[in-house]
Write a protein of this length. Structure first.
Length: 508
């Protein structure tokens, strides 16, 4: 007697990796069935076609009572791909490769293009790399590091900004895995002496994932980093970035100005590009012409002309910006201001009636003004063109599954700038760790922001070449909230922890 399963969510609570890994991956996929936990120590076989399942063979492997259910093939295959490998176990991956299939692997790796190509196209290697990528997407990883060491090949995922070791593979798989990544991203598999950059795409759970690949030669062999860009999961909503209160209202007003420069500052990986895209998506209308210069274009925005800079072909930010101005734009986004020429072109564009967005690598908002002065830009040009600077960082959020109410010492509260009075009625929380958050207590991230609005007083200070500290003092008197202050507000709401805010902000 069988009954139907229609959704993966109906199965997930019963999936046991130990039961799943009693069968080779290819066997499960070919026969399209999934063994899950049943009652009283039994196992339920969920199959797309009950007639294709050899219950005798399954009984021989498991030696427990069996029952049968049916489910759509796509539900079963999704479950197999998602759960076949335990996130912290490399043994299951290695076992599935099969000794026979990978026998003689080391002897085949002799540096010849033909042999490497054959090696990288072996089914076990393809399956291994596919599983590494699929597992990364299901765990919300933004980067996959494939690092060569003296004795092994280490695979690490960057999740919510932090790196976690996931798999430790034998050293002999290094050439096969790296060569497979090169083939996927159209790189030269025979070239091992110089860095290479490439791109590829793959599908996971009906989602299109773009992958930027960087391969470098290291002392112990080539290592690869794959940046995963999930277009379907990308947010273009300002309200969901973490902007709140006056910061949100002022920034929303600034992005609707008809001319001027808006700068976003912060280190690499602080979410500047996400905020820029969200701002452009908010103001994008059929009667507005928006052109962007990016390195590279990470997400395609409908109705916006996006340009990839290509320094090798002579298309830099400065030269591209000069050409854009002849393209009749209303709004321009320059990926990054890196030099005096680009800064001068951006300022000239803003003074001739364009709204310009760009980024700088500075620690806080007032320091962006000092950086422009250091580039050789005249103070009066900065004062007349700059309308706002917003610094930002990303903090991890408390895991919704395992966070609980906590109390912290007064010294910690003082360090983050909170008083005893502000603590009254505060909802202080911290995650204790669970499987969903990899025992870290954190799940997902949000932004904290510091918005410097350039008013008349700030303009006067800029023309007088006042230091970043002086500008910051004046901005605080006008109501600016620093990164740490914004982080403290999110601590009071129970969204994150004091230690997380202290990790990403400097002493104010």
């Amino acid at each position: 007697m069988t009954s139907g399963v229609t959704r993966l969510s109906e199965l997930e609570d019963f999936i046991d990796p130990e039961i799943l890994n009693c069968f080779p991956f290819g066997f499960l996929e070919k026969n399209c069935f999934l063994p899950v936990r049943g009652e009283n120590g039994g196992v339920v076989i969920v199959a797309a076609d009950a007639l294709r399942v050899d219950l005798g063979e399954i009984q021989r492997r498991l030696k427990v009572p069996l029952s049968l259910k049916t489910a759509p093939a796509e539900v079963i295959l999704e479950a197999i791909h998602k759960h076949y490998y335990h996130p912290t176990s490399s043994k299951k991956i290695i076992d599935d490769l099969g000794d026979r299939e990978m026998e003689g692997l080391q002897e085949e790796i002799n540096g010849e293009t033909g042999d490497l190509l054959d090696l990288a196209n072996k089914a076990p290697v393809i399956r291994l790399v596919n599983q590494i990528l699929y597992r990364a997407t299901t765990m919300r990883a933004t980067d996959v590091h494939v690092q060569s060491t003296e004795t092994s090949l280490r695979v690490r995922y960057r999740i919510d900004g932090m790196l976690y070791d996931m798999f430790i593979l034998p050293k002999k798989y290094q050439a096969a895995v790296i060569s497979r990544i090169k083939i996927m991203s159209n790189l030269d598999i025979a070239e091992k002496r110089i860095p290479q950059d490439g791109r590829t795409t793959f599908k996971a759970d009906s989602q299109q994932i773009d992958v930027r690949v960087s391969i470098i030669p290291t002392f112990y062999g080539e290592s690869a980093v794959l940046r995963l860009l999930n277009k379907s999961a990308f947010l273009f909503d300002l309200e969901r970035l973490g902007l709140e209160g006056d910061t949100y209202e002022i920034f929303k007003r600034l992005i609707h100005y008809d001319h001027g420069i808006i700068l976003l500052t912060g280190p690499t990986g602080s979410g500047k590009t996400t905020t820029l895209y969200a701002a452009l998506a908010r103001i994008n209308k059929p009667d507005i012409h928006i052109v962007t210069l990016e390195d590279p274009v990470e997400y395609n925005l409908e109705g916006i002309n996006q340009i990839n800079v290509n320094p090798r072909a002579g298309l830099s930010f400065a030269t591209g910006l000069r050409s854009i101005l002849r393209h009749d734009p209303d709004i321009i986004m320059v990926g990054e201001i890196r030099d005096q020429e680009t800064a001068e072109m951006a300022i000239q564009a803003s003074l001739t009636g364009h709204l310009v967005f760009s980024t700088l690598h500075t620690n806080d908002a007032p320091s962006a003004i000092t950086r422009l002065l250091d580039m050789g830009i005249e103070p009066y040009l900065i004062a007349s063109s700059l309308i706002g600077v917003m610094a930002q960082r990303l903090v991890r959020l408390n895991c919704p599954e395992c966070s609980e109410s906590v109390t912290w010492e007064g010294s910690l509260l003082k360090e983050i700038g909170l008083s005893e009075l502000e603590m009254n009625g505060a909802n202080l929380r911290q995650g204790k760790g669970c499987p969903r958050c990899l025992q870290t207590g954190y799940y997902s991230r949000t932004g904290i922001f510091e918005l410097l609005f350039v008013d008349e007083k700030i303009r006067r200070l800029i023309t007088e070449r006042v230091s970043a500290g002086g500008i910051k003092k004046a901005a605080l008197e006008a109501g600016m909230r620093t990164l740490r202050m914004d982080g403290a507000a999110k601590v009071l709401q129970g969204l994150t922890t004091i230690s997380e805010v202290l990790r990403v902000t400097q002493d104010s």
